[in-house]
Design a protein around this ligand. Sequence first.
Ligand SMILES: [Zn+2]
Length: 200
Amino acid sequence: MEYLKKFESFSTGICDRCGERTDGVTTMSIFNTDIICMKCEGEERKDPDYKAAKAAEEAEIKKGNYNYGGVFPDYKPIKESEHIEFLTDRDMELDIKDICLELIDTNKITFEILKIRNTKMKCIGIISTQQGEFWNFYKDTALRLKDYLGDRYSSFWYEKRTPFGNRDKKNEHLSESLEISGNILGIYIKYRPRKFTSLV
Ligand SMILES: [Zn+2]
């Protein structure tokens, strides 16, 4: 299937990724639709996600989707990725658990990482085992998680009890200045895992 994406570029002669001259030989990125030089192509092959990205593309082509945009439209080469270099999803989960350790050690929460059904996303859940905790209890950990996840961070949610006694999840912009009043039953952070085998 590889030939489908390989072609000579006579248009710009400039690599979409590194901006260097291509000497006329280019290929399409396995991760997005960038037309890249062979040096950048070699870099892509070193990315731990390369195999999975290739498999995902082949699966899309099998389905007849020839306009597939790639698994990471905003792909950054691993060399330039500040946050998560050479990490597998499993490594990431261990780091995430590490960041949450202080909260886990209080024995006031349960910690979990769940796959979100029908998406390539995962969700970190930090859930109070008691009547809830104030925002200050969760805040540092939540901000550290967002910082760690970098461009893999997707969204932040918190859960409270409504006046009627039901549980209600709300989406908020997570930042240093975020204030939430009252008892919070749990917080949830959605993110894109390093491996996206669920796509294939
Ligand atoms: Zn290049």
